[in-house]
Design a protein around this ligand. Structure first.
Ligand code: WQD
Length: 305
């Protein structure tokens, strides 16, 4: 594992070791540092890379486009060049459903038109396009691009989970902080969307399902000379209010909320056509909103979020 800990902490390493039952081999370093990457590839015989290293907050990206392109695009290019130098050409890339434009017919499939409205989404699309061209230029590359919908929840052990620095922008960490009494209430951004209760709808997918999706993608690449792009979502839409009500039910905690105006650039309804992941990878999400609420709350109660 390589991490510059810009949005994490080395304390995670011991907890990871607890979870997998053996030491984690890790390096502190930056994906943009070619020498650091070459050193790792020289030390280890790396057969494949799972690339998660990136900045991922949409609203933050609007104020920091240079940082987002530097880390997400330049960093990905530095990684691919290091992999090429080391002769390692199997890559799983973390992309995002943010690349799909607004007002798509639902469920949204991989062939839907992409149109990005923020620097974060643009960096993901640029890297996707680069990976497509790389696969065409050099068929020795085996690439799986995974478009995450809304990653949610935490490891069931309560040892690792989402730990946003500062004010969370995503819904579930905010719900957890309100339930923990750290914030007064959840502000629901609009209840005039075309959904059963009027609040926004998303395809929330448990991070453990996402992790299993990566293993399935890696297995696929070890068996197929391929360059694939796949949605990782449940195929189910859940509204903001449903998340809050589910959280209250499964955790026995009140989550006060107030409805406010829509958030700029929010889309109303988004959920995946997840059929290609099943056809290609034999992967489908197994966990539901109940599990995400329970596991997120357990992580929050461990005072780590
Ligand atoms: C979910 C729903 C909000 C907070 C973002 C990124 C995307 C991906 C996931 C990286 C929406 C509503 C939220 C709040 C609310 N990240 N909401 N009050 O915007 O779907 O996607 O995170 O890939 O790239 O765009 O996630 O969790 O911010 O919002 O009502 O305080 O919850 O309006 O309907 P989003 P989110």
């Amino acid at each position: 594992m390589l991490d510059n800990f810009s949005n994490s902490t080395p304390a995670v390493i011991d907890r990871l070791a607890q979870i997998i039952g053996r030491p984690v081999r890790w390096h502190e370093g930056d994906i943009r540092d070619a020498a650091a990457l070459d050193k790792i590839f020289a030390e280890l015989s790396v057969s494949a890379v799972l690339h998660f290293a990136g900045l991922k907050a949409v609203t933050e990206s609007i104020d920091r486009p240079i940082d987002y392109f530097d880390v997400n695009v330049h960093g990905s290019i530095a990684l691919m060049k290091a992999m090429q130098r080391a002769g390692c050409k199997t890559l799983v890339f973390s992309s995002s459903a943010t690349v799909y434009g607004p007002e798509q017919p639902m469920p949204v499939g991989e062939g839907a038109p992409c149109s990005v409205s923020n620097p974060y989404g643009r960096t993901k699309l640029v890297v996707e396009d680069l990976l497509y061209e790389l696969g065409r230029a050099d068929p020795e590359w085996r690439i799986a691009t995974l478009r995450y919908f809304n990653p949610t929840g935490a490891h069931p052990s309560g040892l690792i989970g989402e730990s946003p620095i500062g004010t969370p922008s995503n819904l579930m960490p905010l719900v957890c902080q309100v339930a923990a009494g750290l914030r007064p209430c959840v502000q629901i951004f609009g209840d005039d969307y075309p959904s059963p209760d009027g609040t926004g709808v998303r395809d929330f997918v448990h991070v453990m399902d996402l992790a299993e999706g990566h293993v399935a993608a890696l297995d696929y690449l070890t068996r197929n000379q391929a360059n694939i792009l796949v949605n990782l979502g449940t195929g189910q839409g859940t509204s903001v209010l449903e998340v809050i009500r589910t959280f209250e039910r499964v955790n026995g905690q009140r989550v006060p909320f107030e409805v406010v105006a829509r958030r700029a650039a929010d889309i109303g309804i988004s959920y995946a056509d997840a059929s290609l992941a099943w056809e290609l990878l034999g992967w489908a999400a197994k966990r539901g909103i109940d599990d995400m609420c329970r596991d997120a709350w357990r992580w929050q109660c461990a005072n780590r979020a």
